[in-house]
Ligand binder design. Structure first.
Ligand SMILES: Nc1ncnc2c1ncn2[C@@H]1O[C@H](COP(=O)(O)OP(=O)(O)OP(=O)(O)O)[C@@H](O)[C@H]1O
Length: 258
């Protein structure tokens, strides 16, 4: 039985207009995200990776093309989609719990339920006893745990992640990567699929079922690589290295051609 397609992105084109100049950013981007899939988008800086996430999350809507969610036009915003940001995007004057409750309030969840849900997700990301801390009191890794808890607390089917680990030190990033993959694999949550943007090819091979490689701006998809490796993955395995080489070669060959 083939998997249900959650997102169907068709022929996205986007040109930003700034100070009378046109900047073509996305060129004919088409891909799908299936139920149960972890999909990574990699590509050079400026290739439009974040722009694709912003379109899917409904923040940007000046594109041409289509985004379908389960075969229907993607609602803007789509309550089944939430996002984790590279810069954490926490509100500095709110505590950990209040940061999470805020998104629940925006979704119309009643106060008591908000408290219960926020505490459950704070616990899930390993931050129990930090409910009352302010962002300034937290390390980068802890801030991103809050970012992840906040995104999961609205119980999305699709998690969008925009370079979520790139501002963290190597060990913290490795730890959080593993936790995210476990939360997704455990299937305890309504979360079905993840679409993640990263600069880090090794991270993509570690996490993804499938990697889409974007060209330099204007971004178009130059290739797709399936990562058919058992989990947990080890970057020192030969099969891992072979796939990583494929990703690098695809990016390098597109640079040589352009
Ligand atoms: N609102 C905007 N107005 C004008 N140009 C924009 C706007 N947002 C993004 N851009 C430009 O669009 C291009 C793509 O940006 P985007 O952030 O999507 O790329 P990216 O692949 O995510 O880059 P990076 O990996 O560096 O984060 C860049 O050249 C950026 O400067």
């Amino acid at each position: 039985m083939s998997a249900v397609t959650l997102l169907d992105v068709r022929n996205l084109n986007l040109t930003f207009k700034e100070k009378g100049k046109e900047l073509s950013v996305l060129e004919d981007i088409s891909f799908t995200l299936d139920e149960g899939e972890f999909l990574c988008l990699v590509g050079p800086s400026g290739s439009g990776k974040s722009t694709i996430l912003r379109i899917i999350s409904g923040i940007l809507n000046e594109y041409t093309g289509e985004v379908l969610y389960k075969g229907e036009p993607n609602p803007q915003p789509n309550p089944n989609v939430s996002m984790v940001f590279q810069s954490f995007a926490l509100i500095p004057w709110l505590t950990v719990q209040e940061n999470i409750e805020l998104v629940l309030e925006a979704r119309g969840i009643a106060p008591r339920q908000r408290i219960r849900t926020a505490l459950r997700y704070i616990d899930m990301v390993g931050l129990d006893s930090f409910e009352d801390a302010y962002p300034r009191e937290l390390s980068g890794g802890m801030k991103q745990r809050v970012g992840i808890a906040r995104a999961l607390a609205v119980e999305p089917e699709i998690l969008l992640m925009d370079e979520p680990f790139s501002a963290l030190d190597v060990l913290t990033a490795a730890d959080l990567r593993e936790q995210v993959v476990n939360l997704w694999l455990e299937k305890r949550l309504p979360l079905k699929s993840v679409l993640m943007v990263t600069h880090n090819m090794e991270e993509a091979v570690f996490l993804a079922d499938r990697i889409l490689v974007l060209s330099a701006r204007p971004g178009h998809i130059i290739g797709e690589i399936s990562v058919d490796l058992p989990r947990p993955r080890d970057s020192r395995d030969k099969a891992f290295e072979e796939i990583l080489d494929k990703v690098y070669s695809m990016i390098l060959s597109s640079r040589i051609k352009s």
